[in-house]
Design a protein around this ligand. Structure first.
Ligand code: SAH
Length: 219
């Protein structure tokens, strides 16, 4: 790498963090995690050089890696604490799980595509992110063996927050989930389980691929 490459890398990273802040990612622990975890290894091939741009990009199995500012805002909305056990539904590239791994004690991430789980798992090992477990499963049923969770993040859009996931949330727990029909307007919803029941807040409009039932054809 030449000196020039190094300085333009640093510059791209600064612009990346600036874009995150300007879109409302203000939590310093989230920004630090996003500074530490390079997005490039999670994007294979053709689009890898666009890793620092604030846009979603295609990954294998017809899925997408989310826009970094959306990853930041969803992570922020979870209000993580370092002792938390977190479930992510929708591993995709593994990038979101890697960010969560910096801010929580333990991360379980599930995807219906075996190939995505295998490829993300390989990157977690490469980066020595030992507190992430990636599992091939239909995440709309959660992960009963590991439940309950302090935090649940769903990164695919459901028509309603899935019942089994709500049931796997601890009291005091928070779930963040995009809700709505795919390809129409979806809202990011934060569900908090209090002693007296569930509290719902609508955070912002988002656009995610749909939560699909069953395993992918490759899994
Ligand atoms: N969080 C990812 C992006 C997720 S894209 C990242 O950081 O890159 C949405 C993912 O949800 C896709 O990979 C898709 O396969 C997965 N998905 C959709 N329905 C699912 C289901 N029922 N169970 C588990 N994963 C599902």
């Amino acid at each position: 790498m030449t000196g020039n490459d190094a300085s333009s890398d640093a510059e791209r990273k600064m612009q990346f963090l600036f874009a995150l802040r300007s879109k409302g990612v203000t939590d310093t622990s989230v920004l630090t995690a996003m500074e530490r975890i390079d997005r490039a290894p999670f994007i294979r091939g053709y689009f890898a050089d666009r890793a620092y741009e604030d846009m979603p990009l295609p990954i294998a199995c017809g899925q997408t890696i989310s826009q970094p500012s959306v990853v930041g805002l969803m992570t922020q909305a979870l209000r993580l604490s370092p002792r938390d056990k977190v479930l992510e539904v929708g591993t995709g590239s593994g990038y979101q799980a890697a960010i969560l791994s910096q801010l929580a004690r333990r991360v379980y991430t599930v995807d219906r595509h075996k190939r995505l789980v295998r490829e993300a798992g390989a990157i977690f090992r490469q980066l020595d992110l030992t507190n992430i477990t990636a599992v091939t499963a239909d995440g709309s049923f959660g992960l009963p063996d590991q439940a309950p969770f302090d935090r649940i993040l769903v990164t695919a859009a459901a028509e309603d927050p899935p019942g089994p996931l709500l049931a796997q949330l601890k009291i005091g727990g928070i779930m963040v989930v995009p809700v709505g029909q795919s390809d129409t307007v979806q809202s990011l919803i934060r569900v908090t389980r209090g002693e007296g029941g569930l509290d719902y807040e609508e955070l912002r409009p988002v656009r995610f691929v749909p939560l699909v039932e069953g395993l992918g054809r490759d899994g």
